[in-house]
Ligand binder design. Structure first.
Ligand code: FAD
Length: 514
């Protein structure tokens, strides 16, 4: 009888069994699905799962549903290195990109590893156990649970999903028409015949404006200041020709390298000869816009090319819509919202049935998860990134933040390759812990994303920073990263490999995952 009672007590006090994964990936967007593919290829025997806060695969390409949603970089570089992009359109629409990501997940059996509605809210590293205890919130029930993992790979993107950025507009509540943020586009919203004002001049605005003009009575793009906008062919004739004559993988690899080379030359030229690039862009605008158009007012930014990300428009669709009369651009500031539209600081007013606030994103580092190492909370803004993918002083942790001057996936693929090399090296040498040393705090640190864009400047201080020198410097240079991340030494004097003696295992932590 006594024995029974004590067994019952033991049963009651035993913590629930925690699942353990060799690798836990956070986020099932483009990067998380790519990370899983690389891991399965290189380490088929490692257990892993993807924890995804939403109920769908695809991240950005599932969330954003506004009219015309598309990539603004070419799919030969936004596509994965391992999966050729075979559509004719190089600047692709959102649904095609989503299908591409989902097909990758389906074909690799990756989708079965995704745990949906699981938001990772904290990860606590224990050096004694050489593992993270990860706290997960079930976004459907609010319930919390814990799992453990040996390596944490964060592919959570770089912005908040629950809300986009909207400035404090004066008297916005007076407006009686429809106010929409592109991040929360109402399903099947019909704007046929309506007068539309799109506030903004970034990638989202220049996508929305020509797309909405196909059905709206008129669309006005209202911008505080102009951005660099460049027309590119929607289809890449060289890539399409290569695909007709060469095996798909070879054609894709050549097109990818061609586009990397072009993007690198444009970026470097913009940095070294900004005047020359400015004049090239202007000549393009003169060709595409009606004669006498006020290019100085509406399309001549106050900053240099590539101080902010350049906006690309496929086949000059924005300029064609302006030339056709369905779109006008207004460069002014909002004085106040009114019942029927906007009053501007110049004294002019804009009447609108619909106002779209294409005013940007709210950045968020690492999906908002709180990191700690042996009980010490990691303050991200005090951290220096190592090779733009790990954090000084934080073991067995990597993250994907893509390039700002080239396609995100170029970097995401390289980060995954690096993580797999690191895991192979650790297995081969029996190391359980890989920790980049912290950078000397006396050395100057710079923001992780070096862009002057408003959305970056607003929140970049919450992100880790980068150092002035390798391996803490983030190069934003694919060719350089390719060498460092794919071929560079892992035991580089900064990465510390250790094997803490195995502490007695937490009886609750068991390997349950296959
Ligand atoms: C409208 C738009 C257009 C863009 N166009 C381009 C382009 O043309 N070229 C380019 O290079 N880049 C572009 N970008 C940047 C784009 O975000 C990246 O290209 C890429 O899609 C990022 O993929 P990701 O998987 O890293 O992040 P995301 O697509 O943001 O996916 C992250 C996933 O992680 C999940 N997640 C986040 N936090 C947590 C958490 N704590 N726990 C669990 N899950 C979590 C999210 O729910 C999401 O599913 C664009 C961005 C936007 C917003």
């Amino acid at each position: 009888m006594r024995l029974l009672r004590s067994n019952r007590r033991e049963q009651r006090s035993a913590p629930p069994a925690r699942e353990h994964f060799d690798v836990l990936i956070v986020g099932a967007g483009l990067s998380g699905i790519g990370a899983a593919h690389h891991l399965q290829q290189r380490h088929p025997h490692k257990s892993y799962a993807i924890f995804e806060a939403r109920e769908a695969i695809g991240g950005t390409w599932d969330l954003f549903r506004y009219p015309g949603i598309r990539s603004d970089s070419d799919m030969h570089t936004l596509g994965y290195r391992f999966r050729p992009w075979t559509n004719a359109k190089a600047i692709a629409d959102g649904p095609s990109i989503l299908s591409y990501v989902r097909a990758t997940a389906r074909e690799g059996g990756i989708e079965d590893r995704v745990r949906f509605r699981r938001r990772v809210i904290a990860a606590a590293w224990s050096s004694a156990e050489a593992r993270y205890t990860v706290t997960v919130e079930h976004s459907d029930t609010g319930e919390r649970s814990e799992v453990t993992c040996g390596f944490l790979f964060v592919c959570s993107g770089y912005y908040r999903y629950d809300e986009g950025f909207t400035p404090d507009f004066p008297a916005v509540e007076r407006f009686t028409g429809k106010l929409i943020h592109p991040q929360h586009w109402p399903e099947d919203y019909d704007y046929t015949g309506k007068r539309v004002v799109v506030i903004g001049s970034g990638a989202t605005a220049v996508t929305l404006v020509p797309a909405m003009s196909e059905r709206a009575a008129h669309v006005t793009m209202l911008q505080r200041s102009p951005s660099y906008i460049v027309s590119v062919p929607a289809e890449d004739p060289i890539a399409n020709r290569l695909r007709r004559h060469l095996p798909s993988r070879l054609a894709y690899a050549i097109a990818r390298w061609k586009n990397v080379a072009i993007a690198t030359v444009v970026f470097q030229l913009s940095r070294r000869r900004p005047g020359f690039v400015r004049s090239l862009i202007r000549k393009g605008l003169e060709r595409e816009l009606p004669a006498g158009y006020a290019i100085d007012t509406h399309f001549t930014p106050r900053y240099e090319p590539w101080d902010q990300r350049m906006c690309l428009v496929p086949d000059g669709d924005l300029f064609a819509a302006i030339s056709g009369g369905g779109v006008s651009v207004c460069t002014d500031r909002i004085a106040s919202f009114t019942e029927t539209g906007l009053e501007l600081e110049s004294g002019a007013s804009l009447e609108a049935d619909v106002i779209v606030t294409a005013t940007g994103l709210n950045l968020l580092a690492f999906g908002g998860l709180q990191l700690s190492v042996d009980g010490r909370v990691i303050e991200l803004d005090e951290m220096i990134a190592y090779k733009g993918l790990m954090l000084g002083g934080v073991p067995n942790f990597a993250f994907v933040v893509g390039y700002t001057n080239a396609s995100w996936t170029l970097k995401a693929d390289l980060v995954s390759e690096f993580v797999n090399r690191l895991l192979t090296y650790m297995d081969a040498h029996g190391h359980r812990q890989a920790t980049p040393a912290s950078m000397d705090p006396a050395l100057a640190a710079r923001p992780l994303l070096d862009l002057a864009s408003g959305y970056v400047q607003r929140s970049i201080s919450q992100f880790p920073r980068q150092g002035a020198k390798a391996p803490f410097r983030l190069g934003m240079n694919y060719a350089q990263d390719l060498y460092t991340l794919r071929h560079g030494k892992l035991d580089d004097g900064t990465m510390r490999f250790t094997s803490p003696p195995r502490a007695e295992q937490d009886p609750a932590a068991e390997t349950l995952a296959a």
